[in-house]
Design a protein around this ligand. Sequence first.
Ligand code: ACM
Length: 768
Amino acid sequence: MMKSIFNFCSLTVIICGVLLMNCTNLENSNKEKKPTTQTKEILGNSFGIIPEPVSIKLTNQGQFSFEKGIDILINEELTSEIIYLQKTLSSEFQISSNLVLKSSNNNSIQIQITDELPAENHTINCNKTEILIEAGSPTSAFTAIQTIRQILSIKSAHSELPMISSFFIEDSPKFKWRGMLLDVCRHYFPKNTVMKYIDLLAFYKMNTLHWHITEDQAWRIAIDAYPKLTEIGAWREDPLAENGELYGGYYSKEDIREIVKYASERHIQIVPEIEMPGHSSAAVAAYPELGCNGEQISVPNDWGVFKDIYCPTEYTFEFLETVLGEVMELFPSNYVHIGGDEAPKTRWEESEFCKKLMKKEGLSDYEELQSFFINRMAEYLKENGKTIIGWDEILNDELTESAIIQSWRGMDGGKKAVSEGRQAIMSPTSHCYLDYSLKTIDTEKIYGFNPIPPDCSTQEAARILGAECNMWTEHVPDEKTLDSKVFPRLIAASESFWGTNDDYEGFLERLDAHYNYLDIRGVMFGSETVAVSVETNTNREGITVQITENLRNPETTYSFDSKGGFQDGDHFEGEIINVPQNSESKLLISSGVKSSANQEEISISFNHHSWLAAHVEYSVPFSDYYTAGGTDGLTDGVLGSLDFRDGHWQGFFGDDVELIIENPNENKKISSVSMNFYRYINSWIFPPESVSIAISQDGATYTELDTQLYAENEMHVRGKEIITSYFNFEPADAKYLKVIIKNIGKVPHWHEASSEPAWVFLDEVVVK
Ligand code: ACM
């Protein structure tokens, strides 16, 4: 019996960063309406504060009331924070306050900086008449203000009085770097959206917005010396536009100053990312002299990794130094992120200039040329008092010591960096990619994330600054989708980066108290996890399905749309559902939180063909990542969908594959064979070069029936598609069927990932 389990959000679109098949699904914005949490529960569970404070004690000294207005004691060390507090109390909670030198009879808030606490620590002592905040720095004082803001926000979202039971909090974050990357290039998000996110980051006590503002698909920051960067580079053809309008936008210097000021009032540092040498097509489109061949290209309107990267010429270095000069004027952060990931070397390899440069500089390969490039920029930034951060691809022996590594291809890059004495920020695709579907990374998984790998020494661990969640936006066209991908997962990340993430059930209870607030803030949050997991079982008798509901307070229905007509059912937990026994059946599942208008729609296609559950032998193993459920995955009757991560596709990386399938039937005659392939060349998934089938009665001598070739032009089609090879022939006896699939081997020379291994993705082999 073969079994496969897969989770669903919805079947949608995907993007892949090349190396890791860095994929994304869009979930529906499935807003779960949470039951209103009662005061008692909020009070009983850290007031609902997220991230949970290190220590919180109720002190039974009465209730502090904001109802009649309060005094805030003036403190010249904290003018900005006190003004922020006063404005926030007034605008968000209609609480009036007076700034006073000495408290009158009113309840008061007093904030003091003390050198008795480390910079990152604070305490809050709230009794009936006074809230006293003592902090090691203005930043930790600001964090304490967010604690008060959270308590009041949750209360007001639940229509409760602004009264707080007395408590004492001691708090400090475990990690000093707690960030989120926002990619505003693949899709543009207006200034107000960026500011909404900055405020939400502050609310959840994160401290870094990593702002990804240059990419292949757009250059979004105005640069005076190079106006074409935004005149040309900020706009791409929009395949969805009916009247040929371009898609895009950019931030003027004035916008950026406003955003930076807004962030700095909230103790959020903005780290700008100016990608180099790769992911730079938009700049090359604006100034073709930046590329190695000087050819005019257009701003890509597709996803993937592109070959037209900066050429390491003096023209490019002068350009980048000028750009970075203007960037540094705008962003006060000590750090500039220079990217460094996914830079195909095709153009450098074609360039006589690069060959000469490598000879002159004694560089033995193109990776060393990349280090030469990065080091030169790092040097320039260092002279200007900035430290560079780069993705883990930049890590090698030549790299300047001061560079901070952001580890994304797992944790190994970061681990290697800290073992060599560098600093690292952890953003592994396994836990920190908010563009990934909930199937891969759900709220609980992020909650459990520990930025310190298990076998790090204490000294190494101390060099791990913290972590970031990455929000790449290839498939995030609007704020609704953005919100639904970021929330609630970012809230879980805030607790794991704070280091108090040791009680997921308790976290969920506190999270419940936040949903009303998020609603009021206009955050169109998504689900905590996939709505249902579906387990299929296939044997010679047929295919069955079992649905498990994952949401809290769920409601699920299903129906089959098949040649045999409809079959409807309300799902109940544990029910075994028989799939209709014909060649085209679609199971439609609708699931969501009870009474919520937002239901996830899930569909799974089946083909109950006559070689169901046939045994398959492989000439080479399939990928560990794309298994289709195992060695029986190609005959389980469950068809791979347009989501190539749905668990039903079997992937072969660079290899040809030969399958021997044994006829499971008494009747040996067959007259047709078909199989599906997945095409998504953006992610290196190509049609095979050829597919041949042959049959045998003894498993030793085979008679070839037919070969199909995929033409060269089939290799060039971008976008996701399922393509089918059909073979129809005169009925023939077959105890064994051999399928020979020839992989094109290497990604073709014209492709951005040229000469890397090509994938073939295969699903059901249907025999009749
Ligand atoms: C990345 O996801 N390419 C850093």
